[in-house]
Write a protein of this length. Structure first.
Lengths: 319, 327
């Protein structure tokens, strides 16, 4: 069981250098990138991804993976948009969407912890099931939800911060607290590091694993509400590809699939990297269809770079 | 060992007797037979030579992708990029042909791109030690992205007849895709069972350390396995383009999960080292029959992802359970 080390200059993760390099490159290439307005844009765009990636990090720390979180994000948006259309109050609709995400996560957790399916299969299978459910309930169309609360969530400001950014920061704070100071967080680190020891210490390993996936589902639900409020609609495909971004942000941040190393504070860096990467391409006017291949390549490249640097420095330390 | 496995099990639900071990291997062919009988009863059009040939033809694309996937799964890996590679190769080949390239070089080019993607997967997994599902998931997005760039949001159709023959032609009453799939299946089966290289794949999946110590070049084997998976995905992508007379980005998407489902239903273990092509043939047929049955009953295609997802979760669940029996 290993807690993440404190950040200091001597151990700056490679991702920070990549982010700085990107900032310099974009400021040079894309006029209008380095402005207060655009930096806010980046923060607003990064907010749902950060929420999603916090869940992804928790799951990855248990040596698992959640490949369904992108679809769950879209499904939660669909759920709350449908509830709005059916005439439920806005807050119930939002709560319903988030809970829908939580239920999907709960099922993932049961499949992994109780039925012992490999996490990537359980969550891929769930992603397929949820896609089907979403297609059937929406006939494949986008469900409009033009309501004031959604407008406030996506565009409003509070305490000088844009609401999506504020929500993401609050969730990060709560998650950080839970990871550091509660049994929930300790169990997550122990599940990845040494689940046998956790079992022997008397903790309920199955319950801890289910909890982790359920919380990841809830977070995907919240991210789904943010995305739905931005587009004022719910669409099942709204989050396609987001799972890759969330997982990539986690790995680039330095959370590893082995031994429960890393944490959500690191993931913030990965999220910033991906948000900056996407935003810069948009500002520079690169068409959307070029972005998938480009970002996929950069992300895989960054992961390889990161792993190589870590392995080299790790080899030195062990000498 | 048995005690440890028992105590690790969440409950004593599936601690079974010896009869289950006897039935185990026969379960899949019997399931396939039961499904055929059920469908014949439900729909009189099912058990006709025409529909059977049509089912066989429908199953071929899935079967070819699943064969490559099977090799990867035998090494305890996974290839999530096959859908993306199918789409990319289909789009690339179609574009080359429409652009005036002769059919054979265009196909060769498509196959080479598929194999190269597979090789890159293998390198990411073996050389950079990425978990297979992360490496291949990333490559899936890259392949999809490249297909998007190639197509610029358009659909290509109106391909020349000799190319379409690969997807919809017949040799007397046997469809060409069935012949292609049969050749691929037989070739890979003999490769796995009869050659040393094939046996090394099983050894690698069963116990990687032991395989390394017994002198198997694990790097070479893994690179080969992932390349072959890219190659079969490429063949499937070309067959699909020829069958539909159309190429479009994202067209391979459903096949990733279906291929994994076919392999696991066919009795190959996701833990590696167990299973083979004959099982995968049965798995692919069962999955195709399920979809064919849904279509015959007039169920909307929007239900397909739900069914595929349910099938794969159930199949993997049974894989986990049966391995508990044999422990």
């Amino acid at each position: 069981m290993k807690k993440p080390a404190n950040l200091n200059l001597a151990t700056v993760p490679p991702v920070i250098w990549i982010v700085l390099a990107l900032f310099a490159l974009y400021s040079f290439l894309a006029s209008g990138f380095f402005s207060i307005g655009n930096l806010w844009n980046i923060a607003v765009q990064a907010a749902p991804l950060l929420i999603l990636a916090i869940g992804a990090t928790m799951v990855i720390l248990t040596e698992g993976i959640d490949l369904s979180c992108g679809i769950v994000l879209g499904f939660a948006g669909v759920g709350s948009a449908l509830l709005v259309q059916w005439g439920f109050s806005v807050w119930l609709a939002i709560l319903g969407g988030v809970l829908l995400g939580g239920i999907c996560g709960l099922i993932n957790g049961v499949l992994v912890a109780v039925f012992r399916l490999p996490p990537f299969i359980a969550t891929l299978g769930m992603a397929s099931v949820i896609t089907g459910a979403g297609l059937i309930s929406t006939e494949g169309t986008s469900i409009a939800a033009r309501i004031e609360v959604f407008d406030y969530i996506s565009n409003g400001a509070l305490f000088g911060l844009k609401v999506p950014v504020l929500i993401a920061l609050v969730i990060f704070g709560v998650a950080w607290f839970m990871m550091r100071l509660t049994a929930f967080g300790r169990n997550i680190y122990a599940l990845g590091g040494n689940s046998e020891a956790l079992r022997l210490s008397g903790a309920n390993v199955t319950a801890a694993l289910i909890q982790t996936y359920a919380v990841a589902g809830l977070l995907a639900g919240i991210a789904g509400i943010l995305v739905a409020s931005r587009t004022a609609s719910g669409h099942i495909a709204a989050g396609v590809g987001w799972d890759f971004d969330a997982i990539a942000a986690t790995i680039i941040g330095g959370t590893s699939f082995e031994e429960g190393k890393g944490g959500i504070a690191y993931t913030v860096l990965g999220v910033i990297l991906i948000a900056v990467l996407r935003n810069g391409l948009n500002v520079a006017g690169v068409p959307n269809m070029y972005q998938f291949a480009l970002i996929g390549t950069v992300v895989l490249g960054a992961i390889i770079f990161d792993i190589s640097v870590r392995r080299l420095s790790g080899a030195e330390e062990s000498r | 060992m048995a005690e440890i496995a028992e105590s690790a099990a969440p409950a004593g639900l599936w601690s079974g007797g010896g009869w289950k071990r006897l039935i185990g291997p026969a379960l899949r062919p019997l399931g396939l037979l039961a499904l055929c009988v059920a469908l014949s009863v439900l729909n009189e059009n099912f058990f006709t030579l025409k529909n059977i040939i049509s089912v066989l033809r429908q199953s071929t694309i899935l079967l070819v992708v699943a064969i490559g996937m099977n090799l990867v799964i035998l090494t305890a890996g996974i290839d999530l990029s096959v859908g993306g590679v199918m789409a990319l190769v289909g789009c690339l080949t179609a574009r080359l042909i429409v652009g005036g390239t002769a059919i054979v070089p265009a196909i060769a080019c498509g196959l080479a791109v598929g194999a190269l993607f597979g090789l890159a997967n293998g390198a990411l997994v073996r050389v950079f030690r990425l978990p297979p599902f992360v490496a291949t998931y990333g490559m899936m997005w890259i392949a999809n992205g490249l297909a998007m760039i190639l197509m610029q949001g358009k659909i290509i159709f109106g391909l020349p007849d000799p190319f379409l023959w690969l997807g919809s032609g017949y040799l007397s009453i046997i469809p060409i895709p069935v012949i292609i799939a049969a050749i691929v299946a037989v070739a890979f089966h003999f490769y796995l069972v009869k050659t040393i290289s094939g046996k090394e794949i099983y050894a690698l999946g069963a116990n990687r350390e032991a395989a390394r110590y017994s002198g198997i070049n694990t790097t070479k084997t893994l690179l080969l396995v992932y390349s072959l998976s890219g190659l079969t995905a490429a063949i499937a992508g070309i067959m699909m383009t020829a069958r539909l007379d159309a190429a479009q980005e994202g067209m391979g998407e459903p096949f990733m999960l279906q291929a994994i489902a076919a392999v696991v239903m066919g009795g190959s273990s996701l833990m590696g080292g167990e299973g083979g092509i004959p099982g995968t043939v049965i798995g692919a047929l069962i999955l195709t029959l399920v979809v064919n049955g849904l279509n015959l009953m007039g169920v909307s295609s929007m239900v397909h992802p739900l069914v595929t997802g349910g099938v794969i979760v159930t199949a993997v669940f049974f894989d986990v359970v049966t391995r508990k029996w044999s422990d």
